[in-house]
Design a protein around this ligand. Structure first.
Ligand code: FAD
Length: 362
């Protein structure tokens, strides 16, 4: 049977999910080429640093909300039927403080903080919590069943599912996107390139998307168990700091966050911020340390990741560059996991549109 050769650039959650969905089509021969692969921890590779949970911040009626909506069912399926993927269900509480109205975090979370967000009928068990049950200083809160992904298991799981379907993985770094069309040593023509380079899209020749910027997220991973996920509308320590806790599936530890520092490329841990993150976490979730202080936190590692934000939203679209079709799927900011299947499904449709006529002629 005639085949088309596809090169997916990037092995983060966007590249791996797109490659996996493409690999279910028998007429595509797929290569994933990336500078960083599952198992690496690097400032240029966002995916391992994510919490990662499903907590939509997309606004009602947008493409982003559609991507998030279409991602819930696949994640729910993984949590229910595929324990080896490292995804589990966990209660997620969103705490809201009136004093945060207008702050950067509250603006970012505006839909999430609503008592009636669009996703209330998508996730199970959505409810508004009784004011009496809330900790001091919290004015309202919602709760729902979400998932938390152990990225150290999930990224290799995605890669292994791709390998099972015949996808070929190669290390490679491209200066210009068109180099991907020549990467198979000219032995085989590349028919289409899928661009899942995250923050790399800002510098990759032929793309150089000036709208792509980092939003620095600092985290602490601890061995303590939080029991549930908690997120708050803001902190008293500055507009670009955040407070959340989530316990990853299958012994992945609990992630304490964080920050959302736009335009900040700093890769090194800020020790003062780390202390503030831990103090806020034990205050919002006393169960972490049985009501004691941060000295009772058992730290696995401190980390920094850069969310690949794209002003105006993620780019999922196709274009021709140097005579070759390119399907873009990058710029997912702080939502790369919770939008992963929705975006990848759309990317696959664009690949089919671009190659449809070509394959029909073979
Ligand atoms: P990346 O994971 O950065 O992968 C990019 C890939 O492209 C890499 O393989 C890289 O090597 C490759 N690449 C780039 N340029 C080139 C080149 N020129 N040549 C070859 N290869 C190249 N999201 C959620 O949904 N839920 C969460 O709870 C969540 N929490 C987060 C917490 C933190 C602290 C951070 C930092 C992020 C969080 N995110 C969360 C966001 C999520 O991590 C990102 O949206 C997602 O990882 C982006 O994935 P990606 O595949 O687009 O990019």
């Amino acid at each position: 049977m005639a085949e088309a050769s596809l090169v997916v650039i990037g092995a983060g959650v966007a590249g791996l999910t797109t490659a996996l969905l493409l690999s279910r089509h028998p007429r595509y021969r797929i290569y994933v080429v990336a500078k960083h692969m599952p198992g690496d921890y690097d400032i240029e590779y966002a995916s391992p640093w994510a919490g990662a949970n499903y907590m939509p911040v997309s606004n009602r009626g947008t493409r982003a909300a559609e991507w998030d909506k279409n991602t819930w069912a696949p994640l729910d399926n993984l949590a229910r039927h595929h324990p080896e993927a490292g995804v589990h269900f966990q209660e997620c509480q969103i705490h809201n403080r009136s004093k945060d109205v207008g702050s950067a975090t509250a603006e970012w979370f505006s839909e999430l903080l609503s008592p009636s967000p669009w996703f209330k009928d998508v996730v199970p068990d959505f409810r508004n919590l009784d004011k009496q049950s809330l900790p001091e200083g919290i004015d309202s809160a919602t709760s729902f069943t979400s998932v938390c992904i152990n990225t150290a298991l999930y990224l290799p799981w995605l890669a292994s599912q791709c390998l099972k379907n015949g996808v070929v993985f190669k290390r490679g770094t491209f200066k210009h996107i068109s180099e991907a069309a020549r990467f198979t040593n000219r032995s085989q023509k590349v028919d289409l390139i899928v661009n899942c380079t995250g923050l790399g899209a800002a510098k990759l020749g032929g793309v150089e998307d000036a709208a792509v910027v980092p939003a620095r997220g600092q985290i602490v991973v601890v061995r303590n168990d939080a029991g549930k996920m908690i997120d708050i509308s803001g902190t008293d320590d500055g507009d670009d700091e955040a407070c959340y806790v989530m316990t990853r599936a299958a012994g992945g530890g609990t992630v304490l966050g964080g920050s959302y520092q736009k335009g900040n490329w700093e890769s090194q841990v800020d020790p003062n911020l780390a202390i503030r993150i831990m103090k806020r976490a034990v205050a919002v979730c006393p169960a972490l340390t049985d009501g004691q202080g941060i000295e009772k936190l058992d730290v696995v590692r401190h980390g920094v990741g850069l969310r690949p934000v794209r002003e105006g939203g993620a780019r999922v679209e196709k274009e021709r560059i140097d005579g070759v079709w390119v399907v873009h799927n990058y710029g997912h900011g702080g939502a790369g996991y919770q939008s992963s299947y929705g975006c990848a499904e759309e990317a696959v449709k664009l690949v089919q549109e671009a190659l449809g006529g070509y394959l029909a002629k073979l």
